[in-house]
Design a protein around this ligand. Structure first.
Ligand SMILES: NC(=O)c1ccc[n+]([C@@H]2O[C@H](COP(=O)([O-])OP(=O)(O)OC[C@H]3O[C@@H](n4cnc5c(N)ncnc54)[C@H](O)[C@@H]3O)[C@@H](O)[C@H]2O)c1
Length: 248
């Protein structure tokens, strides 16, 4: 991972934060992007204390012009780009009956279109720079594979990410860029903070270890997808679900 310059979105919390820390520890220069300015400030402080190399950029990944700026900022700063982790996302929880068609696209902008923006602008830049061994990793979900009445938008977005990952892998293979995704089960992060305790306990039991995943457990699989060890993995969405889908 040494010399690699990698953008991580949703870096202020959860999976993004743990991934940024792991990649930086491995020697990568990480550009940490998030909409949460205070979370990024705290991350910078943590990285500084651990002598890790990272920059931050406040970015709304649902806005293409901000994602383009993020990619430009990265290349202006480090003069190279080796990959992007399109990970930022928000929870759903709105029943199908209550989804407002006029605002439907807002959820998809953050949870789905953002992944296209990240892949598009990073790939264009890597093509321009003639990056060797470019890598893109996206965050899908086990919800890519099943629906729920209160997860209509979220599941739609996450299902699309599996498909987008396959098509982009095909399109970008000519440029030596690999595109993969992770599909985690339920992770103990801020995203689940508002889930009532009773539901949380039910979810815990659906994982074979009887507990939610830790963000760092997902981050380690993301690190694998950025590493040389995964050179033969392309267009894949790796389940990181502690058996959730195997038995439900
Ligand atoms: N927590 C889970 O159970 C779970 C399960 C499967 C998949 N995921 C996915 O994992 C990814 C990371 O989530 P997490 O669990 O670490 O949650 P998290 O809430 O801890 O982290 C998500 C981060 O994304 C940021 N973010 C939200 N909207 C943004 C925007 N418009 N622009 C930039 N940043 C934005 C948040 O500020 C936050 O820092 C998400 O894509 C999520 O859908 C989470």
């Amino acid at each position: 991972m040494k010399k690699d310059v990698i953008i991580v979105t949703g870096a202020a919390s959860g999976v993004g934060r743990e991934t940024a820390l792991l990649l930086a520890k491995d020697g990568a220069k990480v550009v940490c992007a998030d909409i949460d300015k205070e979370g990024l400030r705290e991350l910078t402080e943590t990285m500084r204390k651990r002598n890790l190399d990272a920059k931050t950029k406040v970015t709304d990944v649902g806005k293409p012009e901000e994602v383009e700026e993020l990619v430009d900022f990265t290349v202006d700063t480090y003069k190279r780009l080796d990959g992007i982790f399109n990970n930022a996302g928000i929870r759903d929880g709105t029943h199908f009956d209550d989804v407002d068609p006029v605002r439907y696209h807002e959820h998809l902008a953050t949870n789905q279109h953002s992944v296209f923006y990240g892949m598009h602008y990073a790939a264009k830049k890597m093509q321009e720079l003639n990056t060797k061994n470019g890598r893109i990793v996206n965050t899908a979900s086990i919800r890519s594979y099943f629906g729920a009445k209160k997860s209509f938008r979220y599941s739609a977005a996450k299902a699309a990410i599996v498909s987008m990952t396959m098509s982009a892998a095909d399109a970008l293979a000519k440029d030596g860029i690999r595109v993969n995704a992770v599909a985690p089960a339920f992770i103990d992060t801020g995203l689940l903070a508002s889930v009532p305790q009773e539901r949380r306990e039910r979810l815990e039991k659906k994982h074979l270890r009887g507990r939610l995943l830790k963000a760092v457990e997902v981050a380690k699989v993301v690190r694998f997808l950025f590493s040389e060890d995964s050179i033969a993995v392309n267009g894949a969405t790796l389940l990181v679900d502690d058996g959730f889908l195997a038995v439900h």
